[in-house]
Design a protein around this ligand. Sequence first.
Ligand code: ASP
Ligand code: MG
Length: 407
Amino acid sequence: MALIVQKYGGTSMGTPERIKNVARRVAKFKAQGHDIVVVVSAMSGETNRLIALAKEIQANPDPRELDVIISTGEQVTIGLLAMALKDIGLDAVSYTGSQVRILTDSAFTKARIQEIDDANMRADLAAGRVVIVAGFQGVDGDGNITTLGRGGSDTTGVALAAALKADECQIYTDVDGVYTTDPRVVPEARKLKTITFEEMLEMASLGSKVLQIRSVEFAGKYNVKLRVLSSFQEEGEGTLITFEEESNMEKPVISGIAFNRDEARINVMGVPDKPGIAYQILGPVADANVDVDMIIQNVGQDGSTDFSFTVPKNDMARAIKVLEDVQAHVGARSITGDDKICKVSIVGVGMRSHVGVAATMFRTLAEEGINIQMISTSEIKISVVVEEKYLELAVRVLHKAFGLEMA
Ligand code: ASP
Ligand code: MG
């Protein structure tokens, strides 16, 4: 008998029929003798609907009130799932974040969990009840409702698993695990049996949307055994997120390929090559709340140099405007932007112990005539910026070059 936290996402909770399916799955685990805590998302599309509704009243919604509104989606689904369970003869009880007491800080719309009171949940489990908790929400020290950021139900699930010292946290979603890359781009993409936390973190931050980044960080920090599974398949082991030390298997060099279409490149050409220039350029961009990702500065020649960086596509125009305001002060010759780019990254802890990974990547792209505009690396990933029209081709040839289609 184990204590299992199961999290069901918006698609899994999308219709009454699907909610009944979730109830049947929970019942199956319960019948095996496990204690079950279920965390649910709002029905798919509901959080978006609520945000749009709020914006019809106030273009820039008040953060406290926005959390009051967008936390309601999950309050509906916990009640519905509790009813579905009772309907098939199980004892179940639903809790909002504040009823559990998932204490967070007061950063509305992106609050962080500080403490979880497990007393109610423990008492219910001991009494044989299934405990259902609203994902994505908490309460601050003053009793205000807070939410944890988009996709935050994953984090609720992992945090509850950590607080309850659960044996496993199962994230049920509309895919049956973590894939070597998006199967819509590469049909040969393969489901991974395991992936390490570090790799999963990189994949998530580089554009893979399977899990909210913060939930992966949380699981890594608190040693939560995390598994991604499909809520639409009866069987299947999904993908287990492991700690590297745990796996005694020889790791493949590359575990996966992530990509992100949502970046644009900004070039600031002909700036004086002297101390303080990076700050003069990126300071105002940061002040405008634009996230900067990859940054490249060339070796200067004749006292001047070029500076490039990437920003989210939606922020390109704003970032350029900000830079044009300081162009004279910085002494830049020109400022240009290109939003027809994308970022393709290969990820794998095996890179640490293998040489020539970057060379293989660059050769593979060169053979297809794909020009690399920017490169950045970390210990376990290599990212390149290429023209957006080459995204599918780049991902496909890299997938093959690193033998990812083979188990
Ligand atoms: N319902 C919230 C969202 O759509 C939280 C979640 O689903 O994880 O972002
Ligand atoms: Mg989600």
